[in-house]
Design a binder for this molecule. Structure first.
Ligand SMILES: Nc1ncnc2c1ncn2[C@@H]1O[C@H](COP(=O)(O)OP(=O)(O)OP(=O)(O)O)[C@@H](O)[C@H]1O
Ligand SMILES: Cc1cn([C@H]2C[C@H](O)[C@@H](COP(=O)(O)O)O2)c(=O)[nH]c1=O
Length: 208
């Protein structure tokens, strides 16, 4: 079955996602190096972040001392993503660049729907409006039990990590449940092996 295009541009949007500590950033580093060694122009962005506004919003959203309603939280993540798309991501795709995003709308749906007052369908609808018609071409979901991933997270827990391992276990399941709605091609990668083993599993996936 042919898939609807994720966006009207020649570039490629690849997103990596999963619960905190699953190993996304480590894999993005390896994937970026590999694609660049193959001669591809690669732009890495982080969600939330990657703009002045997004960086400020990230600091607030991860500040354990800051209280906010779940709908407020959801919309601030969407605002950061909108700014990143309209100031960086869209033009890169238009120029044919491969964009690797550390998280995207899928994280917004699962992290803000678990245990909160906002349902996933509403978050998909609002989130797609905020993304201005851009969806990932490929979503790589790194999957790992929350008990293991939370042990990998170092330092003081941020506002999301402070919600604890039970919340993170529900987020993990929500990622698996919502992945088919992410748009484009989707893959679940077992993140329980060594960094090298996980990188091999990602290298075996056809990204283009
Ligand atoms: N496959 C792996 N096996 C064991 N440790 C790993 C693996 N991948 C990453 N780590 C380690 O786990 C920690 C978190 O890794 P990383 O920052 O890549 O995860 P992350 O998903 O980006 O985390 P976060 O979402 O919290 O930023 C790091 O100390 C990293 O070295
Ligand atoms: C995009 C997005 C992220 N989150 C959560 C997920 C993590 O706990 C933090 C981001 O930190 P990381 O270093 O990327 O893990 O924010 C969220 O709750 N909603 C979102 O839309």
């Amino acid at each position: 079955m042919t898939q609807e295009p994720s966006h009207p541009y020649p570039g490629r949007l690849i997103t990596l996602d999963g619960i905190d500590g699953v190993g996304k950033s480590s894999q993005i580093e390896i994937l970026t190096e590999r694609l660049r060694s193959e001669g591809r122009e690669v732009l890495c962005v982080r969600d939330p972040g990657s703009t002045d506004l997004g960086t400020k919003l990230r600091a607030m959203l991860l500040d354990s001392d800051l209280q906010m309603h779940r709908r407020t939280e959801a919309m601030l993540f969407m605002a950061s993503r909108c700014e990143m798309i309209e100031s960086t991501l869209r033009s890169a795709l238009a120029d044919g660049v491969t964009v690797i995003s550390d998280r995207f709308l899928l994280a917004n749906v699962v992290y803000q729907s678990v245990g909160g007052e906002v349902d996933s369908q509403t978050l998909w609808r609002l989130g797609r409006l905020a993304c201005g018609g851009i969806q990932p071409d490929v979503t790589l979901l790194l999957d790992l039990p929350a008990e293991i991933s939370m042990r990998r997270v170092g330092g003081e827990p941020d506002r999301m990590e402070s919600r604890g391992v039970d919340y993170m276990a529900k987020v993990r399941q929500a990622f698996l449940d919502e992945l088919p709605n992410a748009g484009g091609r989707t893959h679940v990668i077992d993140a329980s092996g060594t960094i090298e083993r996980v990188a091999e599993a990602i290298a075996a996936i056809e990204l283009f």
